[in-house]
Ligand binder design. Structure first.
Ligand code: ZN
Length: 312
């Protein structure tokens, strides 16, 4: 006996370096996860994405697709990130995916997606005011109040990676001589450790003082920007996501020392590593797609629906 397989929602985390894709079943269980390098050529961008979504769905009916993309996403759902997502910038991604699969497609910033994922089923569960910081190729930040993302007047999320902070000169493509992203991203950590961050982490965990000092310095730098966001958003919890999150045990001490130097009225939230690991963004993108595909939900994000009924 056989019948149609239950449908899935696919979540895509489109990062500057790599793309992670998961398929969630109706109970929120991750059925498949895949990763691949993010295409850098416009000619391969959409075809690569379609191929990866098809592979993740693995023959099941696709109910919705959610995409969390690195950098700014405009109110029309167009990625505006020529620096780290050049192949996907300025093109219609969501409508094309929606038409191709006959399923709604939602697109938002990757930090927002990670925050939604951690709030729904990770380290942010139950938080009334959650701040999620992604330390990856760049630095992203998203604030959720009562589970809903903070938005600017143009619908955008805070571009908090590019806040001016004091630190060694490190000119950024944003135009600043030093900004938080240039000192606190996973990329910056790799520069600080001399590229082999994993090897240095093993030394630091074996109580090598010099190795531990490198992570301590990095923690201080993460803290210099975070303390500003604490003063503004007043979260009850901070979740650290992205590629650097798994070193929080090593840089947490420097981070907290930096936070302790903050102004008197800064809240002291708990700081935890993402529980969904490097899948926060992909799972969050799928959760956003699932929630927004429900007609009763209030739209926060640009949602594209297919113009014809879904193919069977
Ligand atoms: Zn910058």
């Amino acid at each position: 006996m056989s019948g149609p397989l239950p449908g899935v929602t696919v979540g895509v985390d489109l990062g500057g370096t790599g793309t992670r894709i998961i398929a969630l079943d109706g109970d929120g269980v991750v059925l498949h996860q895949l990763s691949s390098p993010t295409p850098t050529s416009p000619a391969q961008a959409i075809s690569g994405l379609i191929g990866a979504i098809t592979a993740a769905a693995a023959g099941r009916q696709l109910r919705a697709v959610g995409i969390g993309a690195s950098g700014p996403v405009d109110p029309l759902g167009i990625i505006r990130n020529t620096e780290t997502l050049p192949a996907f910038s300025g093109i219609q991604v969501a409508p094309v995916i929606s038409e191709r699969f006959g399923a709604p497609c939602v697109i938002d910033n990757d930090a927002v997606a990670a925050a939604v994922g951690e709030h729904a089923c990770g380290a942010g569960r139950g938080s009334a005011g959650l701040l999620v910081i992604t330390l990856g190729t760049g630095v992203g930040a998203a604030a959720l109040t009562g589970g809903r993302p903070f938005r600017g007047a143009d619908g955008g999320h805070p571009e908090a990676g590019h806040i001016p902070i004091t630190g060694p000169p490190s000119p950024c493509y944003c135009g600043l001589p030093t900004c938080w992203e240039q000192l606190a991203s996973r990329t910056a950590l790799d520069q600080l450790t001399g590229k082999d961050t994993e090897a240095l982490a093993r030394k630091a965990r074996a109580r090598d003082v010099a190795a531990a000092g490198v992570f301590d310095t990095y923690g201080e730098r993460v803290g210099t920007g975070l303390v500003i966001l604490l003063a503004i958003f007043r979260p009850d919890r901070v979740v650290i996501a992205g590629g650097a999150a798994r070193f929080l045990d090593l840089f947490g001490h420097g981070l907290h020392r930096s936070l302790d130097r903050g102004p008197k009225y800064t809240p002291k939230p708990t700081v935890a590593a993402a529980e969904l690991g490097n899948l926060s963004g992909a799972i969050g993108a799928a959760v956003m797609a699932r929630e927004q595909a429900t007609p009763s939900s209030e739209a926060h994000t640009t949602m594209h629906r297919p113009s014809s009924p879904a193919a069977r």
